[in-house]
Design a protein around this ligand. Sequence first.
Ligand SMILES: [Zn+2]
Length: 646
Amino acid sequence: MKRVVSQLSVLGGLALVGVGSAVYAAGRVGGVGGEPWYDAGPLTVSIRPEARAGLTKALGVEHLEDLTLYDLDLAYDPSAATFTLAEDVWFTNTTSAPLPDLVFRVYANAAPPDSGPQVRFVSGWCVDDSGCAIAPAGPSAIHLTPSAPIPVGGRVHAKLSLTGALTHIDPSRTNFMAQSMEGMKSVLGGSGGPAGGDYGLLATGDGIASFANFYAVLARRDGGVWETREASKLGDLGSDVMASFRARLDLPAAAKLAVTGSVTSDTTTPAGHREVKVAAAAIRDFALLFGDGLEVASRDMHGVRVRSYYLAADRAAGTKVLDVAAHALEDFERRFGQYPYAEYGVSEAAIVGGAGGVEFSGLVTAASMFYRPMASGGGGGHGGGNDAMAALMAQLGGLGGGMTDGMLEFVVAHETAHQWWHGLVGSDSRDHPYVDEALAQYSSIVYLEDRYGPARAEKDGNANVKMNYQSMRAMGQPDAPADGPVASYAASVQYAGIIYGKAPYFYRAMRKEIGDAAFFSALKAYVARYRFAVAPARGVVDFFAASGGQAKVRPLEAHWLDEMHGDEDLGTLDLAAMLGGLMGTQGAAGLGGLGGAEGMGDLEQVMKMLQSAGGNFPGGAGAGAAPGPGDLDVQQLMKMFGGTSP
Ligand SMILES: [Zn+2]
């Protein structure tokens, strides 16, 4: 997954007024008024030298400086887990019409934790536009109204001041059992589950501080209109548009840092803080994680520095993550085309709320629960859950760490695949998640096949992908076309089932139909055509048709993307097979540990409970109502049953 929004409570809002003249139309690389515009040259250090040629053309701009620059000055106070952010936005109107206003979003406030919005607007003003007004417009939106519409090619340099606080994720929540139990409790109607969409993206947990969605970013535009709220909080929120970033980070002295882009300077301030400067050209979002206890292992992949960040206690898993990340990056580069950035990092993170990992450009995270043996007792003891379920989970947990190992590899490969699907090649992840999420899922299967052979790919695909669909059906949720907007799915269980479970098999069916050569050459051509851009909804299908033939591709497109044949294509839930896939070679022994048939009985009982819970899904099956906070979190449930929705 990627990111996630709601009703804002109170944004302290002062709209300060700047000084100077009106919004001006830019000359070549000129700035606003007499002020020089920013220089993008030094930022390209984050791009691989061989990927720099043709960059502006691919981005669809005349100059790299036409890309919006977010210049972030972030100071973190570890004693209070709060931060201040001075943000400069350098915006050029590259649309084809004058813009009467700009809307920024702070996506951390779009899906806030139970404690409320985390980021507060303090002030904002425009350099050289005395009539410009900047004010909050809802919990997650900030509205900028210039004194006159911004002409085509016109530029605005705005300054925003924000403050924020990180939530704290209790260590008892970041293990597999605890996350599974949280998911179960919310499915079964219990309280205490996490609010929908709160993944711990702006939080501290396990000694790691995570900063994502913490700054103001230009809102998505839909049909020429700025989006100020979300139709659904499911799935990825955030921007699909390429931008550049420059950052100055004021961090604790001993912090080890994982960050998007490239570090250009790393010094100690007179006050003993660590000051890190970062440059990142042409990325879709900016994020950082840091912690005193993080360790790093690194490796070179064809000139790309690949790093894995992990807690010392999770070194074995962290070392494996480096190996998986490097191999997946190499495999996808060969299959899909060149990876564009000089660095690639995977960091362990205290992710909660049902996500297995989160992707940013050049940096991804994987949930710490996958780095550890499954059983560790935490979370399950919070009470209020179902006793039979708790006992069953405890027994399953006793089976050992083999299960989380396979999931970790799958998640890391999935997040790495996002470097192409949604990272390098943008797509509308709100209206057409079948493109990026399902391609990432299928790419993970391709990685497993390329590395270990088809048998392993099939088996892990069944457990991590197909299970999402089959469990959804077992819970009484209906099939749906694979190409639907996130908001069209009745509940997170259906979203996970269709997008993470069924849609990936569209790509497998396509490969089978048109053959390996046509399939992979189409993906390469698709990447070459849309690198650094945003592809149309059916762009990838058009490339399949161009290489594999319309007659073969269009019927398959209709069958999977527009019609519903999930049950016939993917089959229905087979509990024994599910347990086998879940536990791998330990399956037989595992069943013994569960008390054989008795264990199966427990599981069947669980499925029955889920089915009855299915009738109580918010909005009901197919009612189309947007799920709200506290809705069932099926992605966690999927994890429990062996699937993941990273
Ligand atoms: Zn994903």
